[in-house]
Design a protein around this ligand. Structure first.
Ligand code: DGL
Length: 258
């Protein structure tokens, strides 16, 4: 018997994946989840793909060795840099990734103006280019790398003056010029209200719900869903030790999203 037998392992470079975890729990309340935030190494978005792949592989190895039956990469950056490698290493374990929600945005706003906010690494890597070619050809796509934004979110102070200044400087030039925003980093759903404050009424798209649906399907395909009468549990772990970090993770987990 291993510590996390039959859990679903969910990881991110830090707190961002908690926005995906919330969707997973809502879709599968009977599953047990182990959430791991690699906050000690955040942000991943400024790192080279080899480093991101190595960090992701270390986390996945630990989760699978601890008994996890499936892995959700709750990080757009790590999905782009590492998902294929992880699937090759563990061909029999469902490994589910996340991608910027360009497809639903482009479907909802045909010929629309869509702003994709993401990390520099996500926007640079092949996966996003394929997505943009496939789903963005009828729309006007603007890509906006946001270095430094994950660091601000990791502090847990989502209403800081530094956050307001950052968002105003980055997003101000797009005010009134785009119809929808794709939140292409799992940290960003936590600051939807702050983004809307700068942008006004705007449609948001993120990949959390789609990832939860896909995870549920994968578990069914593999025949490894939890018993319907099981009451699901969530366990938080972080690469930063300490009570403060745990409190931050739990606070964000319970924060209603705008
Ligand atoms: N939350 C992550 C994502 O979805 C990565 C953020 C980072 O560490 O740069 O891309």
């Amino acid at each position: 018997m291993k510590e996390f037998d039959n859990y679903i392992g969910v990881f991110d470079s830090g707190v961002g994946g908690i926005s995906v975890l919330k969707e997973l729990v809502q879709a599968m309340p009977n599953e047990h989840f182990l959430f791991y935030g690699d906050s000690a190494h955040a942000p991943y978005g400024d790192k080279d793909p080899q480093t991101i792949a190595r960090l992701s592989s270390d986390i996945a190895t630990h989760m699978i060795d601890s008994g996890c039956k499936a892995i959700v990469i709750a990080c757009n950056t790590a999905t782009s840099a590492a998902a294929e490698q992880l699937r090759t290493t563990w061909p029999n374990t469902p490994i589910i990734g996340i991608e910027p929600a360009l497809k639903p945005a482009a479907r909802a706003f045909v010929h629309g103006r869509i702003l994709v906010m993401a990390t520099a690494a996500t926007l640079k890597l092949e996966k996003f280019h394929e997505l943009a070619v496939h789903w963005g050809s009828n729309s006007e796509i603007h890509t906006l790398p946001c270095p430094g934004l994950v660091d601000l979110i990791e502090t847990g102070d989502l209403d800081s003056r530094a956050m307001r200044t950052y968002l105003e400087e980055k997003l101000g030039p797009y005010r009134g010029k785009v119809d929808a925003i794709v939140l292409g980093c799992t940290h960003y759903p936590f600051i939807k209200r702050q983004i809307a404050y700068v942008m006004g009424e705007i449609a948001f798209f993120d990949g959390g719900e789609g990832t939860a649906r896909h995870t549920k399907r994968k578990l069914q395909e593999h025949g490894i869903e939890a018993p319907a009468d099981q009451k699901g549990r969530v366990v938080f772990r972080s690469s930063i030790e300490g009570e403060g970090q745990r409190e931050l993770y739990e606070r964000l987990y319970h924060l209603p999203l705008y």
